[in-house]
Design a binder for this molecule. Structure first.
Ligand SMILES: [Mg+2]
Length: 233
């Protein structure tokens, strides 16, 4: 039975900061249309996102930071959140060598992408990277039951296992976040390779991955070695 390779998207295949910068600019434009200082909102949102993109409420905090009274948030936030979620990045450049490495993996093993987030946003990101044709199986955890089934909840990886027709322990996850990508692999008995890059590059190795590398191509090389070793028995 072959080994299936499951790759994360954000900060694994491309730098998520590029997407966030593009989306923050779109929110700045929308803020300008709403009568606010768009440049100031853009700057405040970028600094909120840099402090932690995964926390929620970043647009609320950016508006408060530029002096918007709390009583005005209820009216201003929904259209700005809509501007953020509707934003389609024109182009997201993959990490150096990531496209070639993904192509090599696609040729050697069943391959899938497992990612958390708003499904429309994640689909727009995949399209903007140009990597879509190499990723015929993409599972966005939120489509399986909302935010509560985001990694490290096992639902997404189990769905990948079903889609690929492989048992979970025959999967190898490649991703940047120990608490999500490595942990979801551990939750189903799969292996994981951590790639130290992006927002969580300095996070501790907890839980411990099967291997830790600095680039996606290095992870792909290890994955290809493992695929070959298992194929040889
Ligand atoms: Mg990631």
């Amino acid at each position: 039975m072959p080994l299936g390779v499951v790759v994360d998207l954000d900060d694994t295949l491309y730098p998520q900061a590029d997407y966030l910068a593009s989306a923050a600019a779109a929110v700045g434009v929308a803020a300008g249309h709403a009568g606010l200082d768009g440049a100031a909102v853009h700057a405040a949102l970028r600094s909120e996102l840099a402090a932690g993109s995964d926390t929620g409420g970043t647009i609320d905090r950016a508006l408060l930071a530029v002096g918007v009274p709390a009583s005005a948030l209820a009216g201003l936030v929904p259209p700005l959140v809509a501007a953020f979620t509707r934003h389609t990045p024109p182009r997201l450049t993959p990490y150096p060598g990531a496209e070639e490495a993904l192509r090599a993996l696609a040729a050697a093993a069943p391959l899938a992408c497992l990612t958390d987030g708003n499904p429309a946003i994640q689909a727009a990101k995949v399209a903007a990277t140009g990597l879509g044709p190499l990723l015929p199986v993409v599972v966005v955890t939120d489509t399986l039951g909302g935010r509560v089934v985001r990694k490290p909840h096992p639902a997404g990886l189990l769905a990948v296992s079903t889609r690929l027709g492989l048992p979970p322990e025959r999967l190898l996850v490649i991703g940047d976040r120990p608490g999500k990508d490595v942990a979801v692999a551990a939750a189903v008995g799969a292996r994981a390779i951590r790639v130290r890059q992006g927002e969580y590059a300095a996070a501790p190795d907890e839980p411990r991955a099967w291997a830790v590398v600095d680039t996606f191509p290095a992870a792909a090389e290890l994955a290809l070695d493992l695929v070959g070793a298992l194929a040889r028995g």
